[in-house]
Design a protein around this ligand. Sequence first.
Ligand code: SF4
Length: 71
Amino acid sequence: MAKEYSNGEIKIKWQAELCQHAGICVRSLPAVYKPNSKPWIQINNASSESLKHQISNCPSGALSFTLISKQ
Ligand code: SF4
């Protein structure tokens, strides 16, 4: 099951079945990744640049992103 989160610039996709629950995302951006909250990814709590950098460090590929083109 994949979930998507958008801030208007970037769309994060999280694929639960791939997540290794290593917690790297939570440690690197604790204001965004909050496993005990709903939604657990609070995308507006970091810049798009920070999110891109962090997502590239997800070891499983559970997190990915696409850039939203401005019309
Ligand atoms: S960094 Fe990736 S694999 Fe690790 S907990 Fe976060 S989403 Fe899951």
